[in-house]
Design a protein around this ligand. Structure first.
Ligand code: GLY
Length: 443
């Protein structure tokens, strides 16, 4: 049996854990941070402590690191130094997510197609303001990117010079994202549609997963503030493997990135997330994330038809190129339910209706394979959720997500919404237009 420590405890980690136990029923997943996931997922349990403490105490076979913060902080290096086997990029490579200016210089060096930019380092706010002052009116909108991690909020699209100047002051002088805005990237604004592609990488080869379409805005019609993601569909309806566009992505972004990773000699084993924009039939890389996306993981992994653990093991052995990776010929839709006042100041403590706890004695053996070959099937992923007094309660901004897979997107969407609306909580916020026109189940 494989004992796996999964660092993190949100929707993405629930999806990773669910995918592992579904494909490998003998695997056992440990969570070292307090979360409600083991209450719903057979084959998972809590073992609290720091990742290093838990990994050593439990003698785990493998550690998988989900979120960006510990990756950027160097957790993979720390665990590997202690002799553990880890799936995740080393700190040097995680910088591709941790520093936008580093990522842009990497893209420039290896010919990864991206928007033109200028970088203004800490203490150079005056130069950034001067740069904006001398641009033509036609150069706007323009994009400001805070250099460090800012929970998906560090990108400002400025329609006019005045808002861009104010943006620089907020980022570099007022430090609204603290350390994240000390250095700022000012980038050309590209217009088109966005796509997310996750890829497995073992340092020598890279294998992309089906493209996904994330919905980042809080309100229907892509309006309002940015969130961590309110829903997602896969495969991306406008960006599919085998198309001319996909070939463009493989040639100008995927392979050039791999070349850079090889050239740097990083001992790389993990996931790369390509945040793309497609303008004038060409793919541009907006950003790298060095981990599974959220809610992309919840959307793409249910389509995987090969045990996730087999692929992870192939990556660890440097044999990803030889690994068979099958995908279901289905569509997948994930709808996120968020708490009242998310994304500003989410309210916690509301009961989620109709969720049943798994019997705790259900061991790893009971994580039964899903039966989903013909009609729609669905699964629930917990995120900002806690379990107390016999029920599940809201405890964060994005509370949970329902995913459904089905032979076509409309069926998957319908099923995801049907499940979501059957398990409401007070003031639940969700978008009814994930993956298409508004779905109206209730009158
Ligand atoms: N969905 C984008 C992210 O995971 O950051």
């Amino acid at each position: 049996m494989k004992k796996i420590l999964l660092v993190g405890g949100g929707g993405r980690e629930h999806a990773i854990a669910h995918s592992i136990v579904t494909g490998s029923p003998n695997a056992e997943i440990l969570f070292c941070q307090d979360c409600a996931i083991p209450r719903l997922l057979a084959g998972a349990r809590l073992s609290l402590g720091t990742p290093l403490e838990v990994a050593q105490r439990e003698a785990v076979d493998l550690v998988i690191v989900g979120p960006e913060a510990p990756l950027v902080a160097g957790l993979v290096d720390e665990l590997e130094t202690a002799g553990l086997t880890v799936f995740g990029p080393p700190q040097a490579a995680a910088r591709l997510e941790g520093s936008k200016s580093f990522a842009k210089s990497f893209m420039g060096q290896y010919g990864v197609r991206t928007a033109a930019c200028e970088v203004f380092e800490e203490g150079k706010a005056a130069a950034a303001l001067q740069y904006l002052e001398q641009l033509d009116e036609a150069d706007f909108p323009i994009v400001l990117k805070a250099d460090g991690l800012a929970a998906g909020k560090g990108v400002l699209i400025c329609e006019q010079r005045e808002t861009a100047l104010q943006g620089i002051r907020s980022l570099m002088e007022d430090r609204i994202f603290e350390g994240a805005g000390a250095t700022v990237v000012i980038e050309e604004y590209l217009q088109g549609f966005e796509a997310s592609v996750l890829a497995f990488c073992d340092g020598n080869s890279i294998r992309p997963m089906p493209g996904a379409k994330d919905h980042k805005k809080i309100f229907e019609g892509e309006r309002g503030e940015n969130t961590g993601g309110m829903g997602c569909v896969a495969p991306h309806p406008m960006f599919r493997e085998g198309s001319v566009l996909w070939e463009d992505f493989e040639q100008n972004i995927l392979q050039t990135t791999l070349q850079g990773i090889r050239d740097r000699g990083w001992d790389f084993c993990g996931i790369i997330f390509f945040g793309l924009i497609i303008q004038d039939e060409q793919c541009y890389l907006l950003e790298y994330n060095m981990r599974f996306g959220d809610p992309e993981a919840q959307t793409v992994l249910p389509l995987l038809d090969t045990p996730l653990l087999d692929i992870v093991q192939s990556c660890l052995m440097g044999r990803l190129a030889e690994q068979e990776i099958r995908w279901k010929d289905q569509s997948s839709c994930t709808v996120v339910a968020a708490a009242e006042h998310y994304p500003r100041s989410p309210v916690a403590g509301d009961l989620i209706e109709g969720l049943q706890v798994l019997p705790q004695q259900a061991g790893p053996q009971q994580a039964a394979p899903e039966k989903m070959e013909t009609g729609p099937s669905s699964r629930l992923y917990l995120a900002g959720t806690c379990h107390k007094e016999g029920g599940f309660y809201t405890a964060g901004g994005r509370v949970l997500a329902w995913n459904a897979t089905a032979p076509d997107l409309e069926q998957a969407r319908f099923e995801a919404y049907r499940k979501l609306e059957a398990h409401p909580f007070r003031a639940m916020q969700y978008r009814r237009d994930i993956g298409g026109p508004i779905v109206e189940l209730k009158k």
